[in-house]
Write a protein that binds this ligand. Structure first.
Ligand SMILES: *[C@@H]1O[C@H](CO)[C@@H](O)[C@H](O)[C@H]1NC(C)=O
Ligand SMILES: *[C@@H]1O[C@H](CO)[C@@H](O)[C@H](O)[C@H]1NC(C)=O
Ligand SMILES: [Zn+2]
Length: 287
């Protein structure tokens, strides 16, 4: 009796605390510097298209096929069995959020794998995610592979998602893609993160964007000039937050911050320009 009461109290506390957004795509300053040096070199030589042709063979249109890989512990909703209707709703959210970017997404289908070890613990750099991606990844450099999982334990515990960046495709094509929490799809059960913005954010990394708080207040930040610098991630929806002395309040409504789904609604012109040149350079996608 006492034990039961204790357990239900714990459950109550856990659901009452607002879980912060956490994303596993947090490259070090050194990694960003190396990637930016390579990217700027391509742009300076104006060899972006030549590079894409040389490394990828062909150039393709900016309609990105999305392959869903639903990893489930069992065939119940709580076990990660995402319904097809929610996957399609997720594509619709992506298309609405990237409207005006020139990039669009199409549902290339879903496969379903029952594997509770993967559902529970495919964190960044885990050997289970390498095995999972080797078995399931589909398509070429222009294909967005999305693995929906539970992030219950291990290095991924509590994450909403993580993604690879375009520049890492050629060195490790099989690793390319997004791993995200199954219940973050539109209509899912992740409180405050159930409108599909987790995939909008992770796809942002997949097309070459960093977090708006990358690098903090100093240096070149997220390598985009029209996103005001931000000292640290913003959570929930803190209107008026201003953490750096440089001009501009924090970009809390930007898809690349850590705020609630309901708080996010924009990519800037600079981000759109960057995503296009990143995926032309590294994914062979033309506009
Ligand atoms: C750079 O490359 C683009 C795309 O191929 C081309 O349209 C543009 O004219 C080039 N610019 C220069 C300065 O060569
Ligand atoms: C399915 O998996 C979920 C998550 O591990 C678990 O909470 C639930 O009890 C399981 N349901 C069944 C019917 O096994
Ligand atoms: Zn992120």
């Amino acid at each position: 009796m006492a034990r039961l009461a204790f357990i239900s109290l714990l459950a109550l506390v856990a659901s009452a605390i607002a879980q912060p957004r956490t994303c596993g795509s947090t490259p070090s300053a050194q990694t960003v510097l190396a990637a930016e040096t390579h990217f700027q070199g391509l742009l300076a030589a104006n060899s972006t298209q030549a590079h894409a042709l040389a490394t990828l063979g062909t150039l393709v249109a900016p309609v990105i096929p999305v392959y869903f890989h639903v990893i489930r512990a069992n065939t119940s909703l709580a076990g990660g069995n995402v319904p097809a209707s929610q996957l399609q709703a997720q594509i619709d959210v992506l298309n609405a959020d990237y409207e005006g970017s020139g990039i669009s997404f199409t549902n290339a289908g879903a496969d379903f794998t029952t594997n509770s070890a993967w559902f529970n613990s495919v964190g960044p750099d885990s050997s289970s995610q390498t095995t999972m991606k080797r078995q399931l990844r589909k398509g070429g450099a222009n294909a967005l592979n999305v693995y929906t999982v539970g992030f219950v334990s291990g290095s991924g515990a509590g994450l909403l998602g993580y993604s690879t960046f375009p520049s890492s495709y050629s060195g490790n094509p099989t690793d390319d893609g997004v791993v995200m929490l199954y219940s973050s799809v539109p209509g899912g059960t992740a409180a405050n993160y159930d409108e599909g913005r987790t995939l909008t954010h992770e796809a942002g990394h997949w097309v070459g964007l960093y977090h708006t708080f990358q690098g903090g207040c100093s240096g070149s930040g997220d390598s985009v000039s029209d996103t005001p610098a931000e000292a640290s991630p913003a959570y929930e929806c803190p209107t008026g937050r201003d953490t750096c002395s440089a001009t501009g309040v924090d970009p809390i409504h930007n898809f690349m911050d850590y705020t609630y789904d309901s708080c996010m609604n924009q990519f800037t012109a600079g981000q759109i320009s960057r995503m296009k040149s990143q995926i032309t350079a590294y994914r062979g996608i033309t506009f």
